[in-house]
Design a protein around this ligand. Sequence first.
Ligand code: C2E
Ligand code: CA
Ligand code: CA
Length: 648
Amino acid sequence: MTNWMVFSRQPDVVLAQYAELKRQVPLLYALLAVSACAVGYTHYALAPAWTTLGFLGALVTVCVWRIACWLAAPAADSIGVGQARTQLVRTTILAGVLGFVFITWSLVIDHYGGPAERGHVALFIAATVIGCIFCLVHLPQAAMLVTAIVTLPYLLYYVLRGDPIFIAMALNIALVTGVMVRVLLNSFQGFTAMIESKSALAAKQDETERLNAENARLAHTDMLTGLPNRRFFFNRLEEALNAARMTRARIVVGVLDLDRFKPVNDTYGHAMGDRLLTEVGRRLMGVASAETLLARLGGDEFGILLTGDVADSQALGQTICDMLAVPFVIDGQRINLGCSAGLAAYPDAGSCVHELFDRSDYALYHVKSSKRGGCALFSIDHETLIRSERAIEAALQAADFEAELSICYQPIMCVLTHSVIGVEALGRWNSPSIGAVPPDRFITTAERLGMIHSLTLALFAKALSEFAQMPEDFRLSFNLSAYDITAPDCLDRVKQLVLTSGVDPARLTFELTETALMRDFNAAVEGITALRALGAQIALDDFGTGYSSLGYLRQLPLDTVKVDGSFTSNIEEASGRTILSAILGLCRTLGLECIVEGVESEMQLAALKGLGYRRAQGYLFARPMPLAACLDWQRAAILPSFSESEVA
Ligand code: C2E
Ligand code: CA
Ligand code: CA
């Protein structure tokens, strides 16, 4: 018995069976009750009251109670599989019990009445059992149990009674129900197969949805750091902006840029660079929250999107910069990076994604050039600067370099002999539309606009042609931009200009700032090597303002170090003197010439001399001057001079 009582292991099949039974079993009970009442009615006058009224009353009560139970039973989608399975077992048992009770009652009542009543009972049993099989089509165990419990005693009963017509009828019914059970089993098989394929399809669909979600996640994730990527960042920024427009909320957009990442990447290799970025990503993930989205935008640039108070956002920006300034230790190597951040708030700084992002980038650019490691919020001052920068950009793009550019020369002095050893060429631009623009501003603008090479070449050509008029023992120092030194094409043109000018390359020094070298260390070293191969010398400009380490200086093929003017203005303090003295000592050890810049007073000069400096530049001797003024100054100012050896 237990074997065919085993119910499907498939939860979906069990639930589907339950759902079908919930629809059909009440009909089954109604059929039973009505048919039994009809038999009771025809036998009312013939059979004892306990077989009609008494028995029927109890049976109808049971049927009505079961109908009520099924109608009140929970729907298939709100029931557990275990509960549904219990219900199936219970229904099967009850079907067996009721089948037994009904057949017993029918065969008892068959003893009363004439041939018509007996025909009615035989029909009642046959019709009811067929009805049961139909209603229990989704619970074959119950249908088969009822069929067996009803048809076997039915057949046996009529065979024993020996009436051939009833025996034929009973045999016929047994045959029909047998075939019906077979058909029922086939159709139940079809039913389970359908449910199973339905749930397989649903499972497949779930899997497809899961894969789609995973693909979407991967498409939005930066593989190296695990942070959201650029695409995700800009999508979210767009959404946040749309929401902020409706709610009038404030949002803050920011760009984070790692300081010193490039030289580290160049020096230690890309594998180390990748590990550093992964580590940076890990630190940033610790800061991300529901209000703070952090994403990798590319390279060593990260984006931040903050919802909420602007002051809090700025504080968080600074916290992140401080957090990334804590040294990284990878394979026992201690590496100092650092991070600068620029923020822009909606709606103060801009109203669209493009504007906000540009402004945060602008704030970053400014913080990088003034206060590395800091976090700046785009402000009104930045706005004013942007306006004037736009004007510079427009004027520069329309500029006639030949007519508008000129060179001023500032002497570089030997402080022992008080004689000029050379001049530094400093570019000047006088625009007919916006007037004179300081070189650090037009140089950076030209760099940003990608015009720097043609500007450098125009200035250098002028400097070379004017240099022919200077005394033959002068050297010429010329500043190259960070972008020039890493561009082989530009350096080729520089070389061509030198060769066609007739100026001896040995009289030339090219000045480069540390930032120029930091941008792309390897390419810068290649550029330096090419210029030195020409015979020119190389000076490291503004030394001390960047992050040069002593070891770093040793790696570079340099001739001269120019000590930044900020050290000179600090010379009155003991610490300032200590640093100046240390730098000079270092240069001597490395065999490098050392020029100190920004000398403005006799006192500073005396102190520098005291420290051992021999070369200096500054307003004390002369301001940068156009060629003619420079030549006049030279003729008037330095005669007579001593030779260096005499003084020494
Ligand atoms: P730099 O190469 O460090 O040039 C020295 C700057 O310090 C010059 O400013 C000069 O006028 C100024 N200076 C000289 N002596 C003193 C002093 O005693 N006290 C003070 N406070 N300043 C002094 P300038 O001409 O405005 O140039 C600024 C910067 O612009 C330069 O710094 C250089 O980095 C860049 N630059 C100038 N001309 C060119 C150029 O032709 N090409 C490139 N790429 N950069 C240039
Ligand atoms: Ca310089
Ligand atoms: Ca300098």
